[in-house]
Design a protein around this ligand. Structure first.
Ligand code: M6R
Length: 584
């Protein structure tokens, strides 16, 4: 995935780049680095691991210069080692590059360059690009960048420097890239949030556009090298975007933010969405198809339940599967894309495909300026505020609420009173710490539920494995006896979720089956129902079905968080993952 940033202008370049890198760390934290031009030479500084390691390494180093690029990496090609850490230099040391994306044809280009005598120090696709630029360096620098990157297949946001002048060259396809004028120069970044507080507007590079950025100007080009007028947009942070926190981790803060985020989402939708316009837009729709990844996919499954409840036949797909499944795309289907970031590569690709087929689409996203918002017909926003922890929490609750409201709007059902009640009444429950010991004392953890509680089970299981590395799985209660029950023994913890009255007796049967095999059962329920013998019951407040998926997940988000902390991990930055999955 990776995050890139850069600056040309006056000020302490090292500090400016470090500050922006910290903002981008959610995009990957396998390694980080920066390249700074000083005295006609490019100096490169790199470190494996979180940004704080690079920060420490540079603490006592004076770095002058007024032009630099920087990178925070989520490894795709090559291990998380110093050699593979960006920025990469060309063989002649004249060019430096940072890259977000994946170059699909890098091996054939690498072989071509090897045949010409180029040497490679890393396993990355990026080092191939910087040497390809050197190989095309017989015209002006921007033309060299254009002609080299025209040969690339795949996705890229590239920031490139040349040792001869204080200029950053940019190239973009699929991966996001922005430019903003500040009081002391120009900034470039993968994410608009790095411009908060230093700029009110920015330029958005479109696919196959290029830019040449100096301390005084930013000039934009198309693939033919002709100057173009860039798209400009506002740089606005939301009131929930406050980055300073009292809690030890962002994940805990974000769980605590949930009531405020739900209220903000509800009020924002109320004040910005034209309900008649939505109904007119949805006229003639016979079916709904929801697409997302990870937690957003789970929110889509909750959404599918809401839409089915109001009488709309709905399917929900994982974007990476939908993408290659050759589904029939038709004009009587409404396509809804769910994505916290609005930048997830697989979800974006599906949205683009649906747009190319001229079908109707809506995006439920949490980031105003995200790429997906520019592809779909209508944006149905969540305003959960910035989510930093890799494990998604408050965005999920808000996505579910957005689906509920959208389903009601589509069928002209009143939703305001119920939403108001939820917002007024709901508060985050106190966490029961004994649950952490129950997890730690078990060899296997299963989550069991039925109906839409299975979705909560899936989301709870994803949260737990993502930040505690415990091997767990979710299963529909009725499926237990078709195989998984074979794994249940006295070292097994089964977390059972039941909010659905009409199948409470079926869940009671599951519990009997588990207890007969000496499994431990912790039951999370909103119901006053006799489920028989369990090891612990966590009684949850009920929202009479409508909002149970939104609230039931919260103690399970807490469970994952507190277990992770207890095991000594950093829940905000789970290994091998990154917040935004901007590559396929
Ligand atoms: O930004 P998106 O909502 O499109 O992200 C989708 C998934 O990558 C994301 O939900 C991921 O599964 C989270 N790490 C789960 O906590």
């Amino acid at each position: 995935m990776c995050g890139i940033c850069g600056f040309v202008g006056t000020g302490n370049i090292k500090e400016i780049l470090l500050k922006d890198l910290y903002q981008l760390e959610y995009r990957g934290y396998d390694s980080s680095g920066m390249a700074i031009r000083n005295n006609h030479k490019i100096s490169v500084f790199k470190s494996v691991g979180e940004i704080s390691y690079l920060d420490k390494q540079l603490k006592n180093i004076e770095i002058g210069g007024s032009c630099g690029i920087a990178h925070t990496r989520w490894a795709t090609h090559g291990k998380a080692t110093l050699e593979n850490c960006h920025p990469h230099l060309s063989n002649n040391g004249k060019w430096a590059i940072v890259h977000n994306g994946i170059i699909e044809n890098y091996l054939s280009i690498k072989n071509m360059l090897l045949a010409k005598g180029y040497k490679f120090l890393s396993q990355t696709d990026t080092e191939v690009v910087v040497n390809l630029i050197q190989d095309n360096d017989n015209v002006s620098p921007i033309r060299a960048v254009i002609s080299a990157t025209k040969k690339l297949q795949g996705s890229f946001a590239l920031a490139i420097m040349n040792s001869e002048r204080d200029v950053i060259y940019l190239a973009k396809r699929t991966s996001p890239l922005y430019v903003a004028k500040t009081s002391n120069g120009y900034k470039i970044s993968s994410d608009i949030s790095t411009f908060f507080g230093c700029s009110n507007s920015c330029f958005i590079l479109q696919d196959d556009q290029y830019a040449m950025v100096t301390s005084k100007s930013a000039t934009f080009f198309n693939q033919n090298g002709e100057k173009i007028k860039p798209i400009e947009c506002d740089v606005k942070s939301s009131s929930l975007d406050n980055m300073t926190i009292k809690e030890p981790h962002y994940m805990l803060k974000e769980i605590k933010d949930i009531p405020m985020a739900l209220s903000s989402t509800y009020r924002h939708i109320m004040s910005t969405i034209d309900e008649d316009k939505i109904r007119k837009f949805c006229k003639g729709i016979k079916k709904v198809c929801i697409i997302g990844c990870g937690t957003a996919y789970h929110a889509g499954l909750v959404g599918a339940n809401y839409l089915e409840k109001v009488g709309l036949h709905t399917d929900c797909y994982v974007a990476s599967e939908f993408r290659y499944a050759n589904h029939k795309i038709d004009k009587q289907t409404l396509y809804i894309f769910v994505s916290q970031s609005g930048e997830t590569a697989d979800t974006l690709a599906c949205a683009q495909y649906v747009r190319d087929k001229k079908c109707k689409s809506i995006a439920i996203t949490n980031v105003v300026h995200s790429s997906i918002n520019k592809i779909v017909n209508i944006v149905f926003p969540t305003t959960a505020g910035k989510e930093i922890a890799v494990a998604s929490t408050k965005a999920y609750n808000c996505q579910c609420l957005a689906f509920y409201i959208l389903a009601c709007i589509m069928k002209k059902i009143k939703y305001q009173a119920k939403c108001e009640k939820l917002i007024k009444d709901y508060s985050i429950p106190k966490f029961d710490n004994s649950l952490v010991s129950a997890i730690k004392n078990s060899e296997k953890v299963f989550f069991v539920g039925r109906d839409w509680d299975v979705v909560t089970c899936n989301e709870a299981s994803l949260k737990l494995k993502e930040i505690t590395y415990i091997n767990c799985m979710a299963i529909a209660g009725g499926e237990l006896k078709h195989g998984t029950l074979a794994l249940v023994d006295d070292k097994t913890l089964v977390i059972v979720i039941c909010t659905r009255e009409h199948i409470a007796d079926k869940i009671a049967n599951c519990i009997h089956e588990i207890k007969s095999r000496r499994g431990k059962v912790i039951l999370f329920t909103t119901l006053d129902f006799d489920f028989g013998e369990v090891d612990k019951i966590i009684k949850l407040k009920s929202y009479k079905n409508d909002f149970d998926p939104i609230t039931t997940i919260i103690p399970l988000q807490q469970l994952a968080y507190y277990t992770s902390v207890d095991l000594g991990y950093n829940p905000d930055k789970p290994r091998n993952l990154a917040k935004s999955v901007t590559v396929e």
